[in-house]
Ligand binder design. Structure first.
Ligand code: AMP
Length: 126
């Protein structure tokens, strides 16, 4: 069942297709819980997406339905990928777009990692 009125998980979404190997991706990290790959339309010198392998649409969906191991796996992977990309010392930004007002385009929960230049303050203009 969807959380907070969101649509149910759509198996045809582009990240589901990437996870099934139907669409290529530039993988930077993969483990039991997540896949991390370069965004196809980068908004910063480094722009990587980290997605859980489980079928979750939203943050509410993920945080309420995922197992503790999946949640830990996702959080640990985001930190690990940022470190692997050399972003720990200069710093970086994490972002998750959720729902309509959040501008979420792909209905599979994901975290963006941006880095490689000073990113300014907070929310970018629409
Ligand atoms: P959003 O749902 O708003 O957080 O954004 C989805 C992100 O997925 C955008 O930054 C897109 O550029 C990115 N994206 C869409 N299709 C692909 C793809 N095939 N490979 C990598 N990134 C993608």
């Amino acid at each position: 069942m969807p959380v907070s009125g969101l649509a149910p998980y759509d198996d045809a979404n582009i990240f589901a297709r990437i996870l099934r190997g139907e669409i290529p991706n530039r993988t930077v990290y993969e483990d039991e819980w997540v896949l991390a790959f370069h965004d196809i339309n980068p908004q910063a010198p480094t722009h990587v997406l980290v997605i859980p392998k489980g079928k979750y649409v939203s943050f509410a969906d993920f945080s309420t339905k995922a197992s503790e191991a999946e949640i830990a796996g996702m959080i640990r992977a985001v930190g690990k990928v940022a470190q692997m990309l050399g972003l720990e010392e200069p710093g970086y930004r994490l972002l998750a777009n959720l729902g309509e007002h959040g501008g979420q385009e792909v209905p599979h929960f994901h975290v963006h990692i941006f880095g490689g230049r000073p990113l300014g303050r907070m929310v970018m203009p629409a």
